[in-house]
Design a protein around this ligand. Structure first.
Ligand SMILES: *Cc1c(COP(=O)(O)O)cnc(C)c1O
Length: 359
Protein backbone atom coordinates (compact mmCIF):
# COMPACT_ATOMS: atom_id res chain seq x y z
CA UNK A 1 0.00 0.00 0.00
CA UNK A 2 2.82 2.42 0.88
CA UNK A 3 4.06 2.19 -2.70
CA UNK A 4 0.67 3.26 -4.02
CA UNK A 5 0.49 6.04 -1.47
CA UNK A 6 3.94 7.29 -2.41
CA UNK A 7 3.03 7.18 -6.07
CA UNK A 8 -0.36 8.86 -5.83
CA UNK A 9 -0.22 11.32 -2.95
CA UNK A 10 1.38 14.62 -3.89
CA UNK A 11 4.81 15.02 -2.24
CA UNK A 12 3.86 18.33 -0.61
CA UNK A 13 0.86 16.61 1.05
CA UNK A 14 3.00 13.70 2.25
CA UNK A 15 5.38 16.23 3.79
CA UNK A 16 2.62 17.99 5.72
CA UNK A 17 1.89 17.30 9.37
CA UNK A 18 -1.84 16.97 10.10
CA UNK A 19 -3.27 19.72 12.30
CA UNK A 20 -2.82 18.26 15.77
CA UNK A 21 -5.25 18.97 18.59
CA UNK A 22 -4.29 17.54 21.99
CA UNK A 23 -6.98 15.92 24.14
CA UNK A 24 -8.14 18.07 27.03
CA UNK A 25 -10.14 15.50 29.03
CA UNK A 26 -10.60 17.02 32.49
CA UNK A 27 -7.88 19.64 32.16
CA UNK A 28 -8.54 23.37 32.56
CA UNK A 29 -8.55 24.23 28.88
CA UNK A 30 -6.51 27.35 28.14
CA UNK A 31 -5.00 26.21 24.84
CA UNK A 32 -7.40 27.13 22.06
CA UNK A 33 -8.72 30.69 22.54
CA UNK A 34 -12.19 29.49 23.41
CA UNK A 35 -14.70 31.50 25.46
CA UNK A 36 -14.55 29.88 28.93
CA UNK A 37 -18.20 30.45 29.90
CA UNK A 38 -20.84 27.82 29.16
CA UNK A 39 -24.38 28.98 28.38
CA UNK A 40 -26.83 29.56 31.21
CA UNK A 41 -29.63 27.00 31.62
CA UNK A 42 -32.15 29.61 30.45
CA UNK A 43 -30.20 30.37 27.29
CA UNK A 44 -29.73 26.66 26.58
CA UNK A 45 -33.46 26.03 27.00
CA UNK A 46 -34.30 28.92 24.65
CA UNK A 47 -31.82 27.58 22.10
CA UNK A 48 -33.31 24.07 22.24
CA UNK A 49 -36.75 25.59 21.71
CA UNK A 50 -35.41 27.46 18.67
CA UNK A 51 -33.85 24.43 17.01
CA UNK A 52 -36.89 22.22 17.73
CA UNK A 53 -38.51 23.72 14.67
CA UNK A 54 -35.54 22.96 12.38
CA UNK A 55 -36.65 21.55 9.02
CA UNK A 56 -33.82 19.06 9.10
CA UNK A 57 -35.31 17.04 6.21
CA UNK A 58 -34.79 20.06 3.93
CA UNK A 59 -31.65 21.59 2.51
CA UNK A 60 -30.75 24.87 4.22
CA UNK A 61 -31.25 28.28 2.61
CA UNK A 62 -28.21 28.18 0.31
CA UNK A 63 -27.58 31.91 0.77
CA UNK A 64 -28.31 31.86 4.54
CA UNK A 65 -29.97 35.24 4.03
CA UNK A 66 -31.32 35.89 7.51
CA UNK A 67 -28.08 34.91 9.23
CA UNK A 68 -26.04 36.91 6.72
CA UNK A 69 -28.08 40.06 7.31
CA UNK A 70 -27.73 39.66 11.09
CA UNK A 71 -23.98 39.05 10.87
CA UNK A 72 -23.55 42.12 8.63
CA UNK A 73 -25.28 44.18 11.26
CA UNK A 74 -23.35 43.02 14.34
CA UNK A 75 -20.00 43.01 12.53
CA UNK A 76 -20.47 46.52 11.07
CA UNK A 77 -19.99 45.43 7.47
CA UNK A 78 -20.26 48.52 5.19
CA UNK A 79 -23.37 48.54 2.99
CA UNK A 80 -21.28 48.58 -0.18
CA UNK A 81 -19.36 45.42 0.78
CA UNK A 82 -20.36 41.88 -0.13
CA UNK A 83 -20.45 39.02 2.37
CA UNK A 84 -19.87 35.25 2.20
CA UNK A 85 -20.40 32.94 5.17
CA UNK A 86 -18.14 29.96 5.77
CA UNK A 87 -18.13 26.83 7.89
CA UNK A 88 -15.59 28.51 10.15
CA UNK A 89 -13.26 31.16 8.79
CA UNK A 90 -10.91 28.29 7.92
CA UNK A 91 -13.28 27.39 5.10
CA UNK A 92 -13.22 30.98 3.85
CA UNK A 93 -9.39 30.97 3.83
CA UNK A 94 -9.62 27.81 1.74
CA UNK A 95 -12.11 29.42 -0.67
CA UNK A 96 -9.97 32.55 -1.13
CA UNK A 97 -6.92 30.44 -1.90
CA UNK A 98 -8.79 28.07 -4.24
CA UNK A 99 -10.05 31.05 -6.23
CA UNK A 100 -6.52 32.14 -7.21
CA UNK A 101 -4.55 28.89 -6.86
CA UNK A 102 -2.12 28.23 -9.69
CA UNK A 103 1.05 26.16 -9.04
CA UNK A 104 3.98 28.51 -8.53
CA UNK A 105 1.84 31.44 -7.44
CA UNK A 106 2.60 32.73 -3.98
CA UNK A 107 0.65 33.09 -0.76
CA UNK A 108 2.56 35.36 1.63
CA UNK A 109 2.18 36.02 5.35
CA UNK A 110 4.24 37.28 8.27
CA UNK A 111 5.90 34.60 10.40
CA UNK A 112 4.99 33.39 12.97
CA UNK A 113 1.27 33.49 12.29
CA UNK A 114 -1.84 31.31 12.05
CA UNK A 115 -0.66 27.95 10.68
CA UNK A 116 -3.67 27.31 8.43
CA UNK A 117 -2.55 29.88 5.85
CA UNK A 118 0.47 27.75 5.01
CA UNK A 119 -1.38 24.45 5.32
CA UNK A 120 -4.18 25.47 2.95
CA UNK A 121 -1.82 27.17 0.47
CA UNK A 122 0.36 24.06 0.25
CA UNK A 123 -2.64 21.74 -0.15
CA UNK A 124 -3.81 23.99 -3.01
CA UNK A 125 -0.42 23.56 -4.72
CA UNK A 126 0.72 27.14 -4.17
CA UNK A 127 4.07 28.39 -2.90
CA UNK A 128 4.10 29.86 0.60
CA UNK A 129 6.43 32.71 1.56
CA UNK A 130 6.84 33.41 5.29
CA UNK A 131 8.19 36.89 6.07
CA UNK A 132 9.92 36.92 9.47
CA UNK A 133 8.66 39.39 12.06
CA UNK A 134 11.09 41.47 14.13
CA UNK A 135 12.10 40.35 17.64
CA UNK A 136 9.15 42.18 19.20
CA UNK A 137 6.87 40.49 16.61
CA UNK A 138 6.17 43.73 14.77
CA UNK A 139 6.36 43.86 10.96
CA UNK A 140 9.74 44.51 9.37
CA UNK A 141 8.68 47.23 6.93
CA UNK A 142 11.50 46.94 4.39
CA UNK A 143 11.66 43.16 4.43
CA UNK A 144 7.89 42.90 4.02
CA UNK A 145 7.59 45.42 1.18
CA UNK A 146 10.63 43.91 -0.58
CA UNK A 147 9.15 40.42 -0.32
CA UNK A 148 5.87 41.68 -1.79
CA UNK A 149 7.75 43.33 -4.66
CA UNK A 150 9.86 40.22 -5.34
CA UNK A 151 7.18 37.50 -5.01
CA UNK A 152 4.12 39.40 -6.23
CA UNK A 153 1.85 37.27 -4.02
CA UNK A 154 -1.64 36.41 -5.22
CA UNK A 155 -2.79 36.66 -1.59
CA UNK A 156 -1.27 38.17 1.54
CA UNK A 157 -2.73 37.06 4.88
CA UNK A 158 -2.41 39.34 7.90
CA UNK A 159 -3.89 38.19 11.20
CA UNK A 160 -4.86 41.40 13.04
CA UNK A 161 -4.28 40.92 15.99
CA UNK A 162 -1.77 38.22 15.12
CA UNK A 163 -1.93 34.63 16.39
CA UNK A 164 0.13 33.32 18.24
CA UNK A 165 1.80 36.61 19.19
CA UNK A 166 -1.29 38.64 20.23
CA UNK A 167 -0.13 42.03 18.91
CA UNK A 168 -1.63 44.36 16.35
CA UNK A 169 0.56 45.39 13.43
CA UNK A 170 1.11 49.02 12.48
CA UNK A 171 -2.08 50.13 10.70
CA UNK A 172 -0.28 52.72 8.56
CA UNK A 173 2.09 50.05 7.26
CA UNK A 174 -0.86 47.79 6.45
CA UNK A 175 -2.37 50.66 4.41
CA UNK A 176 0.91 50.96 2.52
CA UNK A 177 0.82 47.21 1.98
CA UNK A 178 -2.73 47.45 0.61
CA UNK A 179 -1.68 50.14 -1.87
CA UNK A 180 1.50 48.39 -2.99
CA UNK A 181 0.17 44.83 -3.30
CA UNK A 182 -1.10 43.83 -6.72
CA UNK A 183 -2.89 40.83 -5.21
CA UNK A 184 -5.46 40.36 -2.47
CA UNK A 185 -4.74 41.39 1.11
CA UNK A 186 -6.81 39.49 3.67
CA UNK A 187 -7.01 41.10 7.09
CA UNK A 188 -8.01 38.24 9.40
CA UNK A 189 -9.84 39.74 12.37
CA UNK A 190 -10.52 36.52 14.29
CA UNK A 191 -9.87 38.40 17.55
CA UNK A 192 -12.05 41.42 16.75
CA UNK A 193 -14.15 41.04 19.95
CA UNK A 194 -11.06 41.79 22.03
CA UNK A 195 -9.67 44.87 20.26
CA UNK A 196 -10.95 48.21 18.99
CA UNK A 197 -8.84 48.05 15.83
CA UNK A 198 -10.40 46.93 12.56
CA UNK A 199 -10.14 47.37 8.78
CA UNK A 200 -13.83 46.60 8.22
CA UNK A 201 -14.70 50.24 7.52
CA UNK A 202 -11.83 50.52 4.97
CA UNK A 203 -13.18 47.97 2.47
CA UNK A 204 -14.46 50.67 0.12
CA UNK A 205 -11.06 52.42 0.10
CA UNK A 206 -9.30 49.57 -1.71
CA UNK A 207 -10.00 47.18 -4.57
CA UNK A 208 -8.01 44.34 -2.96
CA UNK A 209 -8.98 44.30 0.73
CA UNK A 210 -10.88 41.35 2.20
CA UNK A 211 -11.77 41.20 5.91
CA UNK A 212 -12.29 37.89 7.72
CA UNK A 213 -14.26 37.43 10.91
CA UNK A 214 -15.33 34.42 12.94
CA UNK A 215 -17.71 33.75 15.82
CA UNK A 216 -15.31 31.13 17.22
CA UNK A 217 -13.23 33.26 19.59
CA UNK A 218 -16.24 35.26 20.70
CA UNK A 219 -17.97 32.21 22.15
CA UNK A 220 -19.17 29.87 19.40
CA UNK A 221 -16.12 27.80 18.45
CA UNK A 222 -18.30 24.70 18.34
CA UNK A 223 -20.62 26.20 15.76
CA UNK A 224 -18.17 26.72 12.89
CA UNK A 225 -19.21 30.03 11.39
CA UNK A 226 -17.10 32.70 9.75
CA UNK A 227 -17.71 35.77 7.60
CA UNK A 228 -15.78 37.20 4.67
CA UNK A 229 -16.44 40.82 3.67
CA UNK A 230 -15.01 42.58 0.63
CA UNK A 231 -15.70 44.17 -2.75
CA UNK A 232 -18.77 42.43 -4.27
CA UNK A 233 -16.99 41.74 -7.55
CA UNK A 234 -14.25 39.80 -5.77
CA UNK A 235 -16.75 37.92 -3.60
CA UNK A 236 -18.79 36.96 -6.65
CA UNK A 237 -15.77 35.02 -7.91
CA UNK A 238 -14.81 33.54 -4.53
CA UNK A 239 -18.40 32.40 -3.93
CA UNK A 240 -18.10 30.04 -6.92
CA UNK A 241 -15.65 27.89 -4.93
CA UNK A 242 -18.14 27.50 -2.06
CA UNK A 243 -19.85 24.13 -1.73
CA UNK A 244 -23.62 24.60 -1.74
CA UNK A 245 -25.34 24.49 1.65
CA UNK A 246 -22.08 25.00 3.57
CA UNK A 247 -24.01 26.54 6.48
CA UNK A 248 -26.30 23.82 7.83
CA UNK A 249 -29.90 24.28 8.95
CA UNK A 250 -28.79 23.89 12.58
CA UNK A 251 -25.95 26.39 12.11
CA UNK A 252 -28.24 28.97 10.53
CA UNK A 253 -30.79 28.66 13.33
CA UNK A 254 -28.13 28.66 16.04
CA UNK A 255 -26.30 31.58 14.45
CA UNK A 256 -29.51 33.63 14.35
CA UNK A 257 -30.24 32.64 17.94
CA UNK A 258 -26.78 33.81 19.00
CA UNK A 259 -27.28 37.13 17.21
CA UNK A 260 -30.41 37.65 19.29
CA UNK A 261 -28.22 37.12 22.37
CA UNK A 262 -25.42 39.38 21.17
CA UNK A 263 -25.48 41.31 24.46
CA UNK A 264 -24.38 38.19 26.35
CA UNK A 265 -21.38 37.70 24.07
CA UNK A 266 -20.45 41.38 24.15
CA UNK A 267 -20.52 41.35 27.95
CA UNK A 268 -18.34 38.22 27.99
CA UNK A 269 -15.86 39.82 25.59
CA UNK A 270 -15.63 42.86 27.87
CA UNK A 271 -15.03 40.56 30.84
CA UNK A 272 -12.33 38.66 28.92
CA UNK A 273 -10.62 41.97 28.12
CA UNK A 274 -10.57 42.91 31.76
CA UNK A 275 -9.37 39.42 32.75
CA UNK A 276 -6.64 39.77 30.13
CA UNK A 277 -5.34 42.86 31.93
CA UNK A 278 -5.35 40.94 35.24
CA UNK A 279 -3.60 37.92 33.77
CA UNK A 280 -1.05 40.21 32.10
CA UNK A 281 -0.29 41.83 35.44
CA UNK A 282 0.03 38.41 37.07
CA UNK A 283 2.44 37.18 34.41
CA UNK A 284 4.49 40.38 34.53
CA UNK A 285 4.84 39.88 38.27
CA UNK A 286 6.54 36.51 37.83
CA UNK A 287 10.31 36.35 37.61
CA UNK A 288 12.24 35.44 34.45
CA UNK A 289 9.38 35.67 31.95
CA UNK A 290 9.11 37.94 28.91
CA UNK A 291 5.44 38.75 28.43
CA UNK A 292 4.23 40.11 25.08
CA UNK A 293 1.42 42.68 24.79
CA UNK A 294 -1.92 41.31 23.62
CA UNK A 295 -5.01 42.69 21.93
CA UNK A 296 -6.50 39.18 21.72
CA UNK A 297 -7.96 36.67 24.22
CA UNK A 298 -4.60 35.02 24.84
CA UNK A 299 -1.13 36.02 26.01
CA UNK A 300 2.22 34.86 24.64
CA UNK A 301 5.14 34.65 27.04
CA UNK A 302 8.74 33.46 26.81
CA UNK A 303 10.25 31.23 29.49
CA UNK A 304 13.95 30.94 30.39
CA UNK A 305 16.10 28.95 27.89
CA UNK A 306 15.45 25.20 28.02
CA UNK A 307 12.46 25.45 30.39
CA UNK A 308 9.41 25.71 28.13
CA UNK A 309 8.60 22.05 27.72
CA UNK A 310 9.14 21.29 31.42
CA UNK A 311 6.84 24.15 32.37
CA UNK A 312 4.25 23.04 29.83
CA UNK A 313 4.34 19.46 31.17
CA UNK A 314 4.31 20.67 34.77
CA UNK A 315 1.20 22.74 34.09
CA UNK A 316 -0.41 19.72 32.47
CA UNK A 317 0.36 17.62 35.54
CA UNK A 318 -1.23 20.39 37.60
CA UNK A 319 -4.36 20.01 35.46
CA UNK A 320 -3.90 22.95 33.08
CA UNK A 321 -3.56 22.74 29.31
CA UNK A 322 -1.97 25.66 27.45
CA UNK A 323 -0.13 25.77 24.11
CA UNK A 324 3.56 24.95 23.79
CA UNK A 325 5.11 26.85 20.87
CA UNK A 326 8.67 25.88 21.71
CA UNK A 327 10.09 23.85 18.84
CA UNK A 328 7.70 25.26 16.22
CA UNK A 329 9.94 27.97 14.78
CA UNK A 330 13.15 29.58 16.04
CA UNK A 331 11.58 32.94 16.89
CA UNK A 332 9.14 31.20 19.27
CA UNK A 333 11.85 29.31 21.18
CA UNK A 334 10.81 29.08 24.82
CA UNK A 335 7.37 30.51 24.11
CA UNK A 336 4.08 29.38 25.63
CA UNK A 337 0.62 30.76 24.88
CA UNK A 338 -2.20 30.89 27.40
CA UNK A 339 -5.84 31.65 26.61
CA UNK A 340 -7.62 34.05 28.96
CA UNK A 341 -10.06 31.96 31.02
CA UNK A 342 -12.41 32.61 33.91
CA UNK A 343 -10.96 34.40 36.97
CA UNK A 344 -10.66 31.01 38.77
CA UNK A 345 -8.95 29.36 35.82
CA UNK A 346 -6.49 32.25 35.42
CA UNK A 347 -5.68 32.18 39.14
CA UNK A 348 -5.10 28.40 39.04
CA UNK A 349 -2.84 28.85 36.03
CA UNK A 350 -0.80 31.66 37.63
CA UNK A 351 -0.39 29.74 40.90
CA UNK A 352 0.76 26.59 39.09
CA UNK A 353 3.13 28.57 36.87
CA UNK A 354 4.62 30.43 39.82
CA UNK A 355 5.28 27.14 41.64
CA UNK A 356 6.99 25.74 38.54
CA UNK A 357 9.20 28.82 38.08
CA UNK A 358 10.43 28.57 41.66
CA UNK A 359 12.12 25.22 41.15
C1 LIG B 1 -8.64 30.78 15.39
C2 LIG B 1 -8.30 31.52 14.15
C3 LIG B 1 -9.04 31.33 12.98
C4 LIG B 1 -9.99 30.17 12.84
O1 LIG B 1 -11.26 30.50 13.00
P1 LIG B 1 -12.44 29.47 12.72
O2 LIG B 1 -13.53 30.40 12.34
O3 LIG B 1 -12.67 28.76 13.99
O4 LIG B 1 -12.06 28.57 11.60
C5 LIG B 1 -8.73 32.11 11.88
N1 LIG B 1 -7.75 33.00 11.92
C6 LIG B 1 -7.00 33.20 13.01
C7 LIG B 1 -5.90 34.19 13.00
C8 LIG B 1 -7.25 32.45 14.17
O5 LIG B 1 -6.46 32.60 15.24
Amino acid sequence: MQEKIDKLVRPEIRALAAYHVPEANDLIKLDAMENPWPWSDAMRAAWLAAIRTAAINRYPDPAARELKEGMRRVMDVPDAAGVILGNGSDELIQMIIQTVAVPGRVVLAPDPTFVMYRQIAVVAGMDYVAVPLLDDFSLDRDVLLDAVAVHDPAVIFVAYPNNPTGNLFDAELLRTLLSRAAGLVVIDEAYAPFTDASFMSCIEDYDNLLVLRTVSKMGLAGLRLGLLAGPPRWLEQIDKTRLPYNISVINQLTGCFALDHQDTFLAQAREIRSQRAQLMKGLQGLPSLTVYPSEANFILFRTPPGCATDIFSGLRKAGILIKNLDGSIASLRGCLRVTVGTPDENAAFLAALEALLEC
